[in-house]
Design a protein around this ligand. Structure first.
Ligand code: UFG
Length: 331
């Protein structure tokens, strides 16, 4: 019998790529998504339930139908800017709905939880690279919502024995190398898809938010990590919980920093198109530099990223070229 893994938010960007990895590794993903930001077309296998965590009776029903071994939780609203103007949405959908999920897990006696956390839980870095021991002082409600969940789950571990792995992603990027699925947010706010849409002529120009940062070329530096590498870490986290039976937290990044200007040139190289660019003021809440220290994931989880930045951009380019309107173009 295949092991059934509940994948909450499995129709979203990172969740859907993780479903591919779970299927490859012989697991049976049971996907739960309310499709508020996810796409039905991104589901490549497993069993799918359109379900909102707010509807605890429905969640309970799904748990009763299956023999769930572990829960992976990707379901969240994830726009930093929106979280600043509408924090209630983030605390309700991210935090309160996760408490529903945990409640049903407790009832069902499921004690393995892999959580999609974020570099946003660290806030403004006090040192670079950022390792897992870095202080967690989020500077926006999105990051705070992810940190609250970490703290709730850690408290539940002490009280109820729920084991967890927190995976704190830096900048997830790229697409399935076989071109089945990719990144499709509405509205799109992320740098790589926006640059590609500009290279494709769908957007007129790309706006750089600030070139007066204390970095080599004045633009922000980020650590981009391929979504399939992130997916791979989730499967490794499941295996780790089975063999080691303890909780951990890991950063997931490439440990390489690229400035916004460098990313623009790389997308130009991959696409062969000149991208029209304008420079404006800084976007509120953007730290100058975020680079992950990933020694812990390498040493304890045996994880390392396999995709270079060029390969990452290439997979994203191929997907957007094939589906310029995203999943709306997928038949
Ligand atoms: N950028 C631009 N112009 C744009 C979009 C982005 O200049 O139109 C810049 C940003 O200022 C930033 C960099 O490109 O310096 C990357 O921005 P993204 O919006 O692609 O990603 P973020 O670093 O803001 O956010 C990502 C995730 C969040 C997560 C955060 C953790 O998308 O979910 O990393 O720090 F919270």
């Amino acid at each position: 019998m295949k092991k059934q893994i509940l994948v909450v938010g499995g129709a979203g960007y990172v969740g859907s790529h993780t479903v591919i990895k779970l299927l490859e590794k012989g697991y049976e993903p049971i996907i739960l998504d309310n499709l508020s930001t996810g796409h039905k077309e991104s589901i490549t296998g497993g069993l799918f339930y359109e379900c909102d965590l707010a509807n605890i009776a429905h969640v309970r029903d799904i748990f009763k139908k299956h023999n769930i071994e572990a829960v992976m939780h990707f379901g969240a609203n994830c726009y930093v800017g929106e979280s600043v103007v509408n924090p209630h949405k983030y605390f309700k959908n991210n935090v309160s709905n996760t408490i529903n999920l945990l409640e049903v897990m407790l009832e069902a006696g499921i004690k393995k939880f892999v959580f999609s956390s974020s570099a946003a839980t660290y806030g403004n870095p006090v040192k670079i690279p950022i390792d897992e021991a870095h202080p967690q002082v989020p500077c926006n409600p999105y990051g705070l919502s992810k940190l609250f969940i970490e703290q709730i789950v850690s408290t539940y571990e002490r009280a109820y024995g729920i084991k967890h792995i927190y995976l704190r992603y830096f900048n997830a990027a790229g697409a399935d190398p076989e071109g089945r699925i990719g990144e499709d947010h509405y509205p799109e706010t992320h740098i790589i898809p926006l640059l590609i849409l500009t290279a494709l002529g769908i957007k007129k120009q790309f706006t750089v938010f600030g070139n007066d940062y204390e970095t080599s070329d004045g633009t922000c530096i980020r650590d981009y990590v391929h979504v399939m590498d992130i997916a791979d870490a989730h499967v490794k986290a499941l295996e780790f919980m089975d063999t080691e039976k303890r909780s951990e937290e890991f950063n997931l990044g490439s440990s390489m920093g690229y400035s916004v200007n460098e990313i623009i040139s790389k997308v130009e190289q991959v696409s062969g198109k000149k991208i029209p660019v304008e420079y404006t003021e800084r976007r509120e809440g953007d730290p100058a530099i975020l680079i992950a220290g990933c020694k812990k994931a390498r040493e304890i989880l045996g994880w390392r990223p396999h995709y270079s930045i060029e390969k990452t951009i290439m997979t994203a380019w191929e997907w957007h070229k094939k589906y310029p309107k995203g999943f709306k173009d997928v038949k």
